[in-house]
Design a protein around this ligand. Structure first.
Ligand code: FAD
Length: 274
């Protein structure tokens, strides 16, 4: 649930370049979403379906809200974990290297597998066995509205999904589009340079347009290596002896609601010693 900003000649453009919208199928998550909606943190986005919500003013709004009550170290990658007599120890630039009673990994399967391998072989094996699919994503702004009748489209050749991001509720700024390549195309072109991918995805969008596309005033491609998670039905993992938990969408399925459900299930399993 990420939001990226780009400077353009028509002002700052914002893009939800990860998750595009989310739905709430289960009552507990629906209640959570209703509270976010009442607080103005999310809003319905009918262009993606009558049950679709987006963060407002950006997709990261719910994360910002939740993080505001926690101590979060941003831009700090944990590169290794180990457990000693004092508890968990983390390594990585900018990471708090104190000792921790319990550790939760809430990261994509491939990244979790690497950290888990030295400490919990069965958990690492499960993560290894749940690969995800990539997604090349283009963010592009224009100084004039594009001539598409709808604000979103799916499954058009190379394009898996494209949306007029600037038409989402609460957005300001110039006409902005997010164009996401299909999983198969993304996998086949995973190592292409971003500039080349940007050009190919613009061509793909132009091929769907009823009139010729104006030149973008900003364009940037982002490679999500671990975009569409697998899912294995475990919900969440908890090793009480090690005080080690694992959650994330890859335990249930590739949706925001699955990630929330997995985290909530792990919270119910945690048995941190007093
Ligand atoms: C391109 C794309 C489109 C999507 N579209 C939709 C959609 O339309 N609807 C929908 O419901 N879902 C969609 N999803 C899926 C949705 O975004 C995920 O299901 C959800 O965000 C998963 O949440 P998570 O907390 O499990 O993991 P993530 O959101 O992946 O969060 C994991 C976090 O951990 C961080 N991290 C990873 N490794 C480390 C490390 N070693 N140290 C420190 N931090 C680390 C990452 O930087 C990241 O911030 C989409 C995802 C992508 C990528």
């Amino acid at each position: 649930m990420a939001t990226r900003r780009l400077a353009t000649s028509a002002g700052e453009a914002s893009f939800d370049h990860g998750a595009q919208f989310f739905t709430a199928r289960e009552p507990a998550f629906a209640a959570r979403v209703a509270r976010w909606a009442a607080a103005g943190i999310v809003a319905p986005w009918p262009a993606a379906g009558h049950e679709a919500f987006v963060g407002s003013p950006g997709m990261n709004a719910p994360l910002r809200d939740m993080a505001s009550r926690l101590e979060v170290l941003w831009y700090s990658e944990v590169t290794a974990i180990s457990r000693g007599t004092q508890g968990w120890h983390l390594q990585g630039a900018g990471v708090d290297e104190g000792d921790f009673e319990a550790l939760v990994l809430a990261i994509p399967a491939e990244q979790a597998a690497r950290l888990l391998a030295p400490v919990d072989t069965p958990m690492a094996a499960l993560a290894e066995a749940t690969p995800s699919q990539p997604c090349w994503t283009l963010m592009a702004s224009f100084d004039t509205p594009l001539a598409f009748a709808n604000d979103s489209m799916r499954d058009a050749g190379t394009i898996g999904w494209a949306a007029r991001n600037s038409a989402k509720p609460g957005r300001n700024g110039p006409e902005s589009w997010v164009i996401q390549a299909s999983p198969a195309w993304s996998a086949a072109h995973i190592e292409l340079p971003g500039e080349q991918v940007a050009s190919l995805l613009l061509d793909a969008l132009a091929a769907c347009s009823p009139v010729s596309l104006p030149k973008p005033i900003a364009a940037s491609a982002h490679r999500w290596r671990y975009a569409r998670s697998g899912g294995n039905g475990e919900a969440a993992l908890w090793n009480a002896e090690l005080q080690l938990g694992v959650c994330g969408d890859w335990l249930l399925g590739p949706r925001v609601e699955c990630a929330w459900e997995s985290g909530t299930r792990l919270a119910g399993m945690l048995t941190v010693a007093p």
